[in-house]
Design a protein around this ligand. Sequence first.
Ligand code: RM4
Ligand code: MN
Ligand code: MN
Length: 396
Amino acid sequence: MNSKTSETIFRALDTFRIEIPSWAFANTGTRFGKFIQAAAATTIEEKFSDAAIVHQLTGVCPTIALHVEWDFPLGSKSADDVIEISRRSSVRPGSINPNFFQDQCYKYGSFGNPDRSVRERALEHARDSIRIAKTLHSRDLSLWFADGSNYPGTANIRQRKTWFEENLRTVHGELAADQRMLIEYKPFEPAFYHTDIADWGMAFLLAKAAGPRAKVLVDTGHHYLSQNIEQIVAWLLSEDMLGGFHFNDRRYADDDLTMGSIDPYQAFRIFHEILLFEHESGKRADIAYMIDQSHNLKGKIEAMIQTVGMAQQLYVKAALVDHDALVVAQNKPDLVRAESLLQDAFASDVRPTIAEWRASRGLPADPLGAFHESGYLERITKERSARNSTSVSSYA
Ligand code: RM4
Ligand code: MN
Ligand code: MN
């Protein structure tokens, strides 16, 4: 690497931060059952502790996404306890994720439920989540809805859209001036006929209807196969409507696999669109980079450290694209030259320079190796295994 390239990589790494989710450290599974890991986090303290070790070793994960149902058993009444835990931790609370899908009342939907009292109850949960976010000084309320239907003719799609608009507008009205709400879309699952917020266009329109601080959240796993996600990203950037990402990878559907494990070029192309936008506009895009993965088989902390390293690699590879040369090649147009600029950047081995950056910032050059040597995994395995052995793995 020449010194200009190293400088570009250092600069990119200095600004790149990514949020990790509390749920990545807990026992999770498939819809067929849960696989229990002896070292999985069983309490909110343990989730903070695991997130802190990831941050300590990587230096780029200062915040943890929290899930209201799973991390705040008493809703906003649990917020003071969580603040106390976060004060003792090196990581801060990040996005707040309400849960509109687990309660029995949500069988036919939350904001789209035909029963007004259920829509009200979901709204009350959103209000409580905003109270939590305000207490914790969290900026983003991150909304994902499981709402949809399984059989043609059973739901009034247009009516439900109106109910969504109404509730989202109300939620927006309760945000503090510096807070945002992010609206996530997903084409299917758990609903298998129609999903109320199925794609970026629907999320975009609902965000517009809600208010100026509502933006779209792109979960990379929430697209049909072969969909051009970076084009969606470019359009959202152009409309100032891109609020954040849930990164993960997938082979078939919403698999929540490790970022970059199946198609690293996809994530690279997404970062490329963002960095090109920043280069051309001369401003940083206001985007929350977050990971949304659940690791059923891999060790959870290891998987998260691996993911963060991969995210850094793909981000700095995208930063190596020569934007000025690209614009010239695009305008000519010199197709092979333009495409090669992306391919060359993607092919660069940035790992040695990332290791140098880490060392220069007082971080371990090899975070995974450092984790294995730290003794942390052995300690938590001992501490948590008894509790985890009584955990329920069956869904029936
Ligand atoms: C969804 C979506 C949401 C996550 C839930 C649990 O598929 O990705 O972001 O909160 O799963
Ligand atoms: Mn997600
Ligand atoms: Mn998902």
